[in-house]
Design a protein around this ligand. Structure first.
Ligand code: SAH
Length: 254
């Protein structure tokens, strides 16, 4: 149990713009579109290094592969509406269809908790922008990700293609059911909150695998579910706030 009041505050500090960088334009994450010129690649790399140092290692994430992934993935390309400063800010950001891309720290925390190895197959529920899938793609061999909103799934597919993540497979459909054709998964990361741990996902977890899932209605607990040879072991990590997992009949467009 790593929960503490400061973590609670961080996890819940949803739409406050910290504006920590010099040159911050003051444009919040709710800004309609970024039409300015992108900084150079090296300036963007500096933003990412600073993001990792101030927001992620400072809060205790230590897994070197996760930190490397967070420095690698061009988060700004998954949220083209936001200014680069907002994209690397210490907060979640709205994408479209009333959905949000998680705060960088939460993405890193979940990836670390999932203990992903390079040969692993990972499943993500809630593709959203595709950013979380890209982070997982830096850590695992293959990533399967499911998004229920077709427009978001299409947009994420394009963003992942543009950024070269060819080990990510996006399914348009209901993640509550998982993706049995590609099970078992060594890691499952759920980024929309169900009211309870989805039984199909427990089923599709490999023995030795870990699922990280926010459970609850408005405020949720992040649960870490391990499937061991002797059964399921569940632990509660930190309080978080994700959009609710919605249910819909399954569509099998890939
Ligand atoms: N991981 C994303 C953020 C997820 S936001 C990123 O990195 O950008 C949560 C996403 O879960 C939303 O896009 C929402 O549409 C999706 N979602 C909600 N219920 C779902 C379900 N039953 N199956 C699949 N996706 C779902």
């Amino acid at each position: 149990m790593r929960g503490s009041l400061s973590v609670l505050t961080l996890a819940l500090s949803s739409l406050t713009v910290a504006c920590p960088q010099t040159g911050c334009t003051g444009n919040g994450p709710g800004r309609a579109g970024f039409d300015g010129q992108l900084p150079s690649d090296s300036a963007l790399a500096v933003l990412r290094h600073e993001m990792v140092r101030r927001q992620i290692t400072a809060r205790g994430v230590r897994d070197t592969a996760v930190l490397r992934a967070m420095r690698e993935v061009p988060r700004h390309l998954f949220v083209p509406e936001a200014s680069p400063t907002a994209a690397y800010g210490d907060h979640p950001l709205p994408i479209s269809h009333g959905q949000t891309i998680s705060q960088p720290y939460i993405v890193a925390f979940m990836a670390e908790a999932a203990e992903i190895d390079p040969m692993d197959r990972a499943l993500e529920i809630g593709t959203g922008s595709g950013y979380g899938a890209a982070v997982l793609a830096e850590l695992a061999a293959e990533v399967y990700t499911i998004e229920i909103v077709p427009e978001l799934a299409d947009r994420a597919r394009r963003a992942l293609e543009r950024t070269g993540y060819d080990n990510v497979h996006v399914l348009t459909g209901d993640g509550w059911l998982g993706w049995p054709e590609h099970a078992p998964f060594d890691a499952i990361v759920v980024t929309a909150a169900p009211p309870e741990v989805p039984p199909a996902l427990v089923e599709q977890l490999a023995v030795g695998g870990i699922m990280v899932v926010p459970v609850g209605r408005v405020l949720q607990d992040l649960r870490i579910v391990r499937k061991t040879a002797r059964g399921i072991v569940e632990e509660t990590a930190i309080p978080v706030r994700f959009v609710p997992m919605v249910r819909q009949p399954r569509d099998t467009t890939r």
